[in-house]
Design a protein around this ligand. Structure first.
Ligand code: 3H9
Length: 685
């Protein structure tokens, strides 16, 4: 049996070229070489009148092989194999199914025709990896469909459905019935047509004003990111040039971006997001169709909506008719929003509400649920009470999950007669939108129950990260550390607003003080009070936030916290200055200045160090898992790859040395063993 990932079979006078390179037919060196060989055979064999290019498995080529990006180039390049196909003087039809992305679409654009399966999608997602299309995408797509739609597709990285691809002219036909049979007939009908070669078309005229406006819009939409603007520049500079000149511009930009820290960071997070599902000792997921939900508050309604949108049935239970009506209204409102945003059709929404969403005020209604998620008030006794009740009504084998952000899941499991069935599912708000879920596995949990948690999160299209059952799990434990760093800087002389501005300059969507105002300052206050008896007396404790809470300022929900909220606006709360000054005076601290860079560095070091402790304590499986949590749950800029990636990029020795210079200030800076960061990489490799 040949292990060549490209085969050529003859169907009469047509060559069927099949790429078979699981899992996603990425264009590694062997595939590119196979394509060049196939092109040579098609050119030389006089009996062959044309070819169809198909892919085995679940998808057409999903792109260049990203794992090759850090290695020296191995010929032939994708540009070469594309040119070999396009320059054939016999027609080649690409048959697209699944996700024809990046280099996969560039390959298809080099064929003379494209037919697409009705469920197929195409796209050029390179900017999401910090690069631009590098095998002719910036040159062929504008030539084929015009500059404006090509720029939209390239700068957004969005996926284009088969219907839209046909409308735009990317696809020539949608395959009806068997796609190979359709493509063979399509090709036969074009044997004697002149060969369309996209690269031979002139580059379309560009509108400089529209380009400038788009560049401004793109820079605003993806602040800090280099690739989208670079794609615009390459396309703008290609106007009036021939294909070879344009491709040279593209190649130069592609190579520079491929070696850039941003692309390395984005590739890291791409693979880290795929590694999270690899959990040693994970069991087999149990049945999962009917979801029970206890609590229809903001979080519960978001979780219920996410489950409904994923095709699951949901039974919502609340304590009384009024709370139930409010919970149901919240879910209805979120579903209406999904219709407005085009995520759900009006018919599906109506059917969903009628058949898949049920409500009750008694726990007994959850008796046939496969998995029950509790989303009530964040208090251990309250949650334990709910679990006692669930234990009485849930069917044997049902998984019971608590949506807690801090509490001890084992202590919740312990009040039931079935601790093996109890896990934590820490959703982030708004739960129907945020992708992250921490899957908390107390040592009492059965591996199958944990696997069911992973199966649910995957079904919801979210990212589930395994975490041990420990205070704050991964994300909130790191948040406590960098909040401490931020509080200390404020007590030492920075303003909360300058700290927030430094966060935003780093690329966070919001600063840590604005974020706490949004979540409610009382939440952190309650946690600090709960942990006070076990706090290390050597820890430097900053009480500024407590002082705000003592005044009843809990942030957004009370209209006042670090900021004052009026309508949609937020302005710094001037009275906070006086509180800070009083705290400083009481401790005899003389205020000093902090630059934005110093603020950012201390926050990052606090994140890295706590992340390293989390690995040391076995709370997370891999450094990459921590990055996935921080990027998807806490607004860490994706293009920086997450704090643990940033630590590796800086060098672990350097990080250690910097932590040592801060060690005298507080226990916060006691350096964790950092070598696990690279050990984590070994696990992933
Ligand atoms: C490009 O094309 C540059 C060119 O313009 C220029 C070149 C000169 N390479 O996501 P999944 C692996 S840039 C290598 O879980 P799904 C992935 O790591 C590329 N490996 O499946 C995973 O491995 P494992 C532009 C890849 O069904 C396995 O495949 N293209 C690649 O949920 C399954 O992946 C893109 O950016 C790759 N290109 O989703 C598309 N892609 O099993 C990137 C995947 O060991 N890919 N793997 O964990 C995707 O968006 C999704 O993987 C896809 C499938 C939608 C295709």
């Amino acid at each position: 049996m040949s292990d060549d990932p490209v085969r050529l079979d003859l169907r009469g006078d047509i060559a069927v070229v099949t790429i078979d390179n699981p899992p996603v037919n990425a264009l590694g060196q062997a595939v590119r070489a196979g394509l060049v060989r196939a092109a040579e055979r098609i050119a030389q064999d006089a009996a062959i009148r044309g070819a169809v290019l198909v892919c085995a498995g679940r998808t057409f080529v999903a792109g260049a092989d990203i794992t090759e990006f850090g290695k020296p180039p191995a010929p032939p390049s994708l540009r070469d194999s594309n040119a070999a196909l396009e320059s054939l003087d016999k027609p080649v039809v690409a048959v697209l199914h699944g996700t024809a992305l990046g280099g996969g679409l560039e390959l298809a654009l080099s064929c003379h025709y494209r037919v697409i399966d009705s469920a197929g999608v195409v796209g050029l997602p390179e900017v999401t990896l910090g690069i631009i299309p590098g095998a002719g995408g910036t040159q062929r797509l504008p030539r084929l469909i015009g500059v404006a739609p090509a720029l939209d597709i390239i700068t957004s990285g969005r996926r284009v459905t088969g219907e839209e691809a046909l409308r735009l002219g990317i696809a020539d036909a949608i395959a009806q019935g068997d796609r190979l049979a359709f493509a063979l007939a399509f090709l036969r009908a074009r044997f004697d047509h002149p060969l369309p070669r996209v690269s031979k078309r002139p580059f379309p005229v560009t509108d400089p004003e529209a380009i400038l406006a788009l560049r401004a819009a793109v820079t605003k939409k993806s602040p800090g990111q280099v690739a989208p603007a670079r794609a615009i520049d390459v396309i703008a500079a290609s106007a009036g040039r021939d294909f070879a000149e344009g491709q040279a511009l593209e190649q130069e930009a592609f190579e520079a971006l491929r070696a850039s820290p941003q692309s390395k960071a984005l590739r890291h997070i791409f693979f880290a997001e795929r590694a999270i599902a690899k959990v040693p000792g994970l069991g087999t997921a149990r049945a999962l169709a009917r979801i029970g939900l206890v609590g229809g508050g903001l979080m519960g309604a978001g979780i219920g909506t996410a489950c409904l949108l994923a095709g699951l049935s949901v039974c919502l239970v609340e304590r009384d008719a009024t709370a139930l009506a409010a919970g149901r209204d919240r879910i209805d409102g979120l579903l209406d929003e999904a219709v407005k945003r085009g995520k759900l059709s009006a018919e599906d929404r109506a059917a969903m509400a009628a058949t898949r969403l049920t409500t009750a005020v008694v726990m007994a209604a959850l008796g046939d649920a496969d998995l029950i998620i509790e989303a009530v008030f964040e208090s251990l006794p309250v949650k334990q009470e709910v679990f006692r009740a669930l234990d009485r009504v849930a069917r044997p084998g049902a998984v019971l999950a608590t949506n807690t952000s801090y509490l001890d899941v084992a202590a919740i499991a312990a009040v039931t007669s079935r601790p093996g069935d109890v896990i934590g599912l820490h959703f982030f708000s708004p739960a129907h939108i945020m992708k992250l879920v921490e899957i908390v596995a107390p040592s009492s949990a059965d591996p199958d129950a944990v696997a069911t948690g992973f199966a649910l999160v995957k079904r919801l299209g979210k990212l589930g990260v395994w975490t041990a059952n420990a205070e704050g799990f991964i994300g909130n434990r790191i948040l406590s550390a960098y909040r401490r760093a931020a509080d200390q800087m404020v007590e030492d002389g920075a303003t909360p607003w300058a700290v927030d501005a430094a966060f935003r300059d780093f690329g966070f969507t919001m600063g840590v003080f604005a974020m706490q105002d949004m979540a409610g300052l009382d939440i952190g206050w309650a946690t600090r009070q709960r942990l006070a008896p076990t706090r290390d007396p050597a820890e430097r404790y900053v009480a500024i936030s407590d002082r705000l809470c003592e005044r009843g300022w809990f942030g957004r929900k009370t209209g006042r916290g670090y900021y004052i909220y009026k309508g949609a606006g937020a302005t710094p709360n001037p009275e906070v200055d006086a509180i800070i000054a009083a705290e400083r005076q009481a401790k005899g601290i003389k205020a000093r200045a902090f630059t934005s860079a110093e603020i950012q560095n201390r926050v990052l070091l606090a994140m890295i160090n706590e992340g390293a402790w989390i690995l040391e304590d076995g709370v997370a499986l891999r450094a990459g898992d921590i990055d996935v949590v921080m990027v998807n749950g806490y607004g860490f800029p994706r293009w920086r790859g997450g704090p643990m990636h940033a630590a590796e990029a800086r060098g672990l020795a350097q990080v250690k040395a910097e932590l040592e210079t801060l060690r005298h200030e507080d226990t916060l800076w006691r350096a964790a063993p950092l070598q696990r960061l690279s050990n984590g990489k070994d696990v992933e490799a």
